[in-house]
Design a protein around this ligand. Structure first.
Ligand code: PAF
Length: 308
């Protein structure tokens, strides 16, 4: 497995590939967990070269957010990818041959201050999708994601890219970006990996321990309660969402603060009043896990299910 830290060195490698090889890219910010590895595994079933990008992207963090404390585990990440390669079945098309882990200066030559009106250069925005859901609380977020992914797609030149269902809004926005900017790239969305108690895997879960870790699966439980109501024949969004809210109020009181629970169509992410069956409506939620002892930070969790 080769690690490239500069655009020029990656490009030299990419240019050396034969025309019949395929490249599958898995963009990450590092701190790899089983969810990331399932993306790389999916990529290895369909590509001769899997490229994992590891870049903690400042542009998707507000000045008040956790960029400085975000987990950085490069050595473990590389070891996890080597172990994944060793575990791939002989039927796999390829393996993780390459890690692209550029510096901030490579990706943002003009610098990247977190304060938006101090930023200089080219930024990509997918409107109005980036203002919905996560964008309500994190207005900078999808501009940062869309910008860095455009750069990464342009540099890595993938045939296929792999993203996790856990970040459903990110997948909808980036699919739109691929289409609107005429990237000849196919996206595969890989199901969410969960802990045994249902908590969706996330790099930020390392910040949860003790009582907070025990309580965190309430988010998934709330979504499942809403899904049960839908599966029972209910179509009104207000009733379905209320089922989720009740679980969070009952079981999360004091330790959790709900940001939103919402039902949205999957094209422009508009809220729906009634869930139409067969349309794949997104049921998603975000909450903060509040500190229980001094020194702990607030941890934001998101999760979703698709109502078919
Ligand atoms: O999902 C993530 O880890 C990030 O948002 C991504 C896609 C790697 C862009 O920085």
């Amino acid at each position: 497995m080769q690690v490239y830290n500069s655009v020029a060195s990656y490009r030299a490698w990419r240019a050396s590939l034969s025309a019949d090889s395929t490249v599958g890219v898995v963009p990450t910010m590092g701190a790899l967990h089983a969810g990331h590895l399932s993306l790389a595994r999916a990529a290895a079933t369909a590509n001769t070269h899997v490229v994992v990008t590891i870049f903690l992207n400042p542009a998707q963090f507000a000045p008040t957010e956790d960029l400085a404390s975000y987990p950085k585990t490069m050595d473990q990440d590389l070891a996890a990818l080597e172990a994944l390669n060793a575990s791939l079945p002989p039927s796999a098309s390829g393996q993780v041959t390459t890690v692209f882990a550029p510096t901030v200066a490579e990706m943002y030559p003009a610098g990247i201050p977190l304060v938006r009106n101090e930023q200089v250069g080219t930024f990509i925005e997918v409107v109005p999708l980036s203002a919905a859901l996560e964008g309500g609380t994190r207005p900078h977020f999808f501009r940062g994601v869309a910008t860095v992914c455009t750069k990464l797609f342009n540099i890595t030149r993938p045939h296929n890219v792999y993203f996790g269902q856990k970040d459903v809004q990110q997948t909808v926005i980036l699919k739109r970006l691929l289409r609107d900017l005429h990237f000849d790239i196919t996206m595969t969305v890989v199901p969410t990996e969960r802990e045994a108690d249902g908590l969706a895997m996330s790099s930020r879960n390392v910040f949860l321990s003790g009582e907070r870790r025990k309580a965190a699966p309430v988010l998934y439980k709330a979504l499942r309660a809403a899904e049960d109501v839908y599966n029972g024949g209910e179509g009104r969004a207000s009733v379905i969402l209320e089922a989720a809210r009740q679980v969070l109020e009952r079981e999360g009181a004091g330790m959790m603060k709900l940001d939103y629970v919402s039902l949205n169509e999957s094209e422009l992410l508009r809220e729906v009043d009634t869930v139409e069956r067969g349309k794949g409506v997104i049921l998603s939620a975000a909450m903060w896990v509040l500190p229980t002892v001094e020194g702990e930070g607030t941890v934001r969790l998101i999760d979703n299910l698709i109502l078919e």
